[in-house]
Write a protein that binds this ligand. Sequence first.
Ligand code: PBG
Length: 323
Amino acid sequence: MNIRPRRNRVSPGVRAMVRENALSPQNLVLPMFVQGGEAVRTPINAMPGVARLSIDLLVEEARAAYNEGVSGVALFPVIPDALKDQRGTESLNDNGLLQRAVRALKSELPGLIVITDVALDPYSSDGHDGVVIDGEIHNDETLPHLAGMAVAQARAGADVVAPSDMMDGRVKVIREALETAGFTKTLICSYCVKFASAFYGPFREALDSAPRAGDKKTYQMDPANVREALREVALDEAEGADWLLVKPGLPYLDVIRAVREATSLPVATYHVSGEYAMLKAAAANGWLDYDRALLESLTGFRRAGANIIFTYGATDAAKLING
Ligand code: PBG
């Protein structure tokens, strides 16, 4: 018995020296929900600890995350029904909620990476990521709207625009529109491999953005597929994406690994609302230790090959890592 793997686990010091992957606050992005008004905080039922925030409170929560070393925030606006229409026109408004939130964050916290979501759903009266025509999500009709939306976000000061809509060809039109408008330094984080998942439930409650009819299966990917992900990777690389994101996270660790091996671009993943809700629900029942389960989940993403992790637990995790 002279081969004893346990020797490498003998003490905290040895374990630290042989640890293969590290999780740092720098890897983390905090997704946040922004709403109108002032000093308003509306909790989200299925996401304890997460709330829809007015811009003033958003800046304060973002500051707390940034002070713990969290790299960035990903913003999602809560748009009142009265401002929603079929084409998401409000998304182009330079004085719209999201654009104002971006400006506030960049002026208060210039070093914080501000990531904005490009998809019609928060603005769409149909609750779909694309334009609905005769009951169908129309790909090519959607593209110019996405491009306009990305430019409006870049104009407000977004560092990274993140198309999450899964329309074909959108990275290309967004990249071209950004170049034409002179935003040559704006990054594109493509939600390259996004599955039609049950785990987005709490998010749709938060934004009241669930599809009014049908589902998202004609644009988001079938959870059974991984080869198809590599096709999306090749296209988004060719179209000019800077980061490739896989979403959700935990049920798709093998997809993160496959994407990691297929590209030299940074790989991101999104630990989505339903994944966060599961941890919180189990912890509330005393069935799981939230802190440890959170760090273990996020470390799993690093091991699978993700550089960047979007998680509602970003500030919690950063505090735990910083001790
Ligand atoms: C939509 C979008 C969704 C999420 C991020 N962007 C939901 C959806 O596709 O229906 C989900 C994130 C989460 O569940 O935390 N463009």
